[in-house]
Design a protein around this ligand. Structure first.
Ligand code: GTP
Ligand code: MG
Length: 243
């Protein structure tokens, strides 16, 4: 997090992490299409010829709240391919929250688990405990055959404390819900550490309602956050529920 007192500008960094081809870049592309041009910056991508992320993608979003506060959200993706481990560690630095994009296909279960372990290790290498990092899990590619069942995902969501969101990033389904989930959790965590509500006059729920409105969402912030599987409330994450 960075806060510029003169400009009243708060910058939050959120990172989309997960195995290769799970749909991290697609999440950012879908958000880029949804956000109107006054709030979004250029989506920067650096890919190989076959569309694999080489370094990272970055999408900057800017929202001005009615409290005259400017909120900049920088969304990053990491490259999922196993060989890019050190790049993932670099991109993770300074993250205020993480979306773990898991691939729902049964055949990808082991790759999800390996990427989750890789995330834990990279956070540790950066001196951060998994339990201290706001984290939401997205199960993407719900449209494909041979995927983990809804019941299985609900059971997994109930076992862990991380909010779990289903998605079809390719059509945009669940993308805003996931984004709101991590924004709410990250801002709540920053608020608890830095008393942002007292200092800036803006709490997590008001922030999410504001951003949802500016995203042109037809449903309320509560409905977006309520799209998580298996639980009514967003809680602080605990470690130990690898997807
Ligand atoms: N069927 C289906 N395909 C999807 C979905 N989301 C993404 N894809 C496809 O999956 C492929 C990989 O998506 P990317 O977004 O490039 O994956 P990535 O996680 O950024 O991959 P790396 O950059 O290699 O880590 C692309 O062909 C996408 O179109 C989805 O919800 N359903
Ligand atoms: Mg990518």
């Amino acid at each position: 997090m960075q806060f510029d007192f003169v400009a009243k500008e708060l910058t939050i960094k959120l990172v989309y992490y997960g195995p290769a081809l799970s749909g991290k870049t697609t999440n950012l592309q879908s958000l880029h299409l949804l956000v109107d041009s006054t709030s979004r910056g250029r989506l920067m991508t650096l890919e190989t010829r076959d569309d694999r992320t080489l370094f990272f993608d970055m999408l900057p979003l800017t929202f001005r709240s009615d409290k005259d506060l400017s909120l900049r959200i920088k969304l990053f993706t990491v490259p999922g391919q196993v060989i890019h481990g050190s790049t993932r560690r670099l991109v993770l630095q300074g993250a205020d929250g993480i979306v773990f994009v898991a691939d729902s296909q049964l055949a990808e279960t082991a790759n999800n688990a390996a990427a989750f372990l890789d995330l834990t290790e990279n956070l540790k290498a950066n001196g951060i405990k998994m339990s201290e990092m706001p984290l939401v899990i997205q199960f993407n590619k719900r449209d494909l055959p041979d995927v983990r069942t809804d019941a299985e995902l609900i059971a997994l969501a109930r076992r862990g404390k991380e909010p779990v969101f289903p998605a079809i990033a390719a059509t945009g389904k669940g993308v805003v819900e996931t984004f709101m989930g991590i924004l709410h959790l990250s801002y709540s965590t920053l608020d608890a550490q830095h008393k942002l509500k007292d200092k800036l006059g803006l709490g997590a729920s008001a922030l999410v309602a504001d951003v949802a409105g500016k995203l042109g969402s037809k449903v309320t912030a509560e409905q977006l956050l309520g799209a998580r599987l298996g639980g009514p409330e967003i809680l602080r994450p605990d470690p130990g529920s690898a997807p």
